[in-house]
Design a protein around this ligand. Structure first.
Ligand code: TRP
Ligand code: MN
Length: 446
């Protein structure tokens, strides 16, 4: 076999084993036809962009940058509107200003956007009032409506995912380079936030940022880099049929890139080092993430390094720890210590959302205090080991939903009913996201 044939064989090797958490597609021929169609469509992102992100993530792993990855638990097609996309970008930028200042480091901006349409489900079915239907697997697979026709997995939705991702990315590219994302603009939005008396606690940091901005203006600092940002796209690489169909061989290098997103992560449930997901993503050059929960052992994480980053390339692999506030201080240390001893670089980030999910009044929710406490624990563990806390991974929306308990505006158990809109997990709202950024700055200074 020549090198190209060898690469193609490696890209298809995952198909020889059972793939965990795939939806029960009823019609394999239909799925195959959609895969063929997707394979002819233009890439959504480009190899050079994924390489640039890898370099930025390497810096974060070395303590020279800080990652901010955020967006919906599950994006929906209906919410891929200009307003909602703009609000999400706006919140990410507002948080980024605060973190850039507080950490005195560039912030690597990664949206859970333009592709986060598929969810692994622990149960294949959902029962309501004695009616049992297939679970909702995300808009990439079926519809959230609870009726038999809506819940049948439909491969056409993979094409809809591609087109929705394309239009979302188009808007992201326009918003991040067309003046909307200027540092001055993002700072002005934050001034509106800190003028609210509920957030008086953050006034001092905001005033410092304001002085820094005026200092730059007075000095005549007016460079192109203040007007635009790089905002990268990421999602969980769950549906291997979709990811494989959007994988392209880069003509410059002859290497494979998953061109559905700049960054894909492997979920906590699909990170088996011998499983199909790890086997597949080992073959593509994109920077990769793996979610790491409290059940992971030091040997597990080293096996993942062996499989996904054997040569120890900086920026290639990010471990996204999601331990829970109550466990992070005990569970994370041994894993980080093991990768540090191994020596092959890993960028460690903190997902303070998924280990802190509780049910209140029938709503799946999280306490803002637990979220902050897990981030604090994450920093403590790294400080204790002399390793690098590389960033944050959060579920958020730019809208004023009421899905997470607490924050300075004190959403309480009854408040959840007011505006609970998520299709899957509870998200920080606009204020809570920004408040988290300010609290992280307080932690960085503690
Ligand atoms: N381009 C720089 C960066 O991405 C500075 C910058 C411009 C910025 N607009 C921003 C930083 C908005 C944060 C938010 O870091
Ligand atoms: Mn989630």
């Amino acid at each position: 076999m020549g090198p190209e044939a060898e690469l193609l064989a490696a890209l298809d090797a995952w198909q020889h084993q059972d793939v965990a958490y795939q939806p029960p597609w009823p019609d394999a021929a239909h799925l195959g036809a959609v895969r063929s169609r997707l394979a002819t469509l233009p890439p959504l992102v480009f190899a050079g962009e994924a390489d640039a992100l890898r370099t930025q993530l390497a810096k974060a792993g070395a303590g020279e940058a800080f990652v901010l990855q955020g967006g919906d638990c599950a994006e929906s097609f209906a919410e891929a509107t200009a307003d909602k996309i703009r609000n999400k970008i706006k919140l990410l930028l507002q948080m980024a200003v605060v973190l850039t200042y507080g950490a005195s480091m560039p912030v690597v901006k990664l949206g859970r956007m333009a592709g986060q349409y598929a969810k692994p489900r622990s149960s294949q079915t959902e029962t309501r009032d004695q009616v049992t239907l297939p679970s909702f697997y995300g808009d990439a697979v079926n519809s959230h409506e609870f009726d038999a026709a809506s819940r049948v997995p439909d491969p056409e939705r993979l094409l809809d995912s591609y087109h929705t991702a394309a239009s979302t990315l188009n808007l992201i590219r326009a918003f991040t380079t067309g003046g909307f994302a200027s540092l001055r603009q993002a700072h002005e939005w934050n001034r509106g936030f800190t003028q609210n008396p509920a957030y008086a606690r953050y006034e001092e940091i905001a005033a410092e940022i304001d002085r820094a901005m005026r200092f730059m203006t007075a000095c005549g600092v007016d460079v192109e880099s203040l007007r635009a940002v790089d905002l990268f796209a990421s999602h969980e690489g769950l549906l291997l049929d979709y990811e494989r169909a959007l994988t392209r061989i880069d003509s410059r290098t002859g290497l494979a890139y998953d061109c559905s997103a700049h960054f894909v992560w492997i979920g906590e449930r699909t990170r088996d080092p011998d499983g199909a997901h790890v086997e597949y993503f080992a073959q593509v050059r994109n920077p990769l993430g793996v979610k790491i929960g409290p059940s992971a052992t030091p040997d597990d994480v080293v096996r993942l390094v062996d499989r996904l980053n054997p040569a120890g390339e900086a920026g290639r692999l990010t471990f996204i720890a999601r331990m829970g506030a109550g466990k992070v201080r005990d569970a994370l240390g041994p894993l980080v210590a093991k990768t540090a001893a191994d020596g092959r670089p890993v960028t460690w980030t903190c997902d303070p959302m998924h280990g802190n999910t509780i049910t209140v009044n029938g709503y799946k929710t999280r306490r803002f205090t637990d979220v902050v406490d897990e981030v604090a624990g994450f920093f403590e563990v790294h400080r204790g080991l002399g390793t690098v806390p590389g960033g944050l991974h959060v579920e958020l929306t730019g809208d004023d939903v009421t899905e997470v308990l607490g924050g300075a505006e004190e959403i309480d158990a009854d408040g959840l009913a007011r505006r609970y809109e998520t299709l899957v997990d509870p998200r920080l709202n606009h204020q809570q996201g920004l408040e988290l950024a300010f609290q992280v700055v307080e932690l960085l200074r503690a």
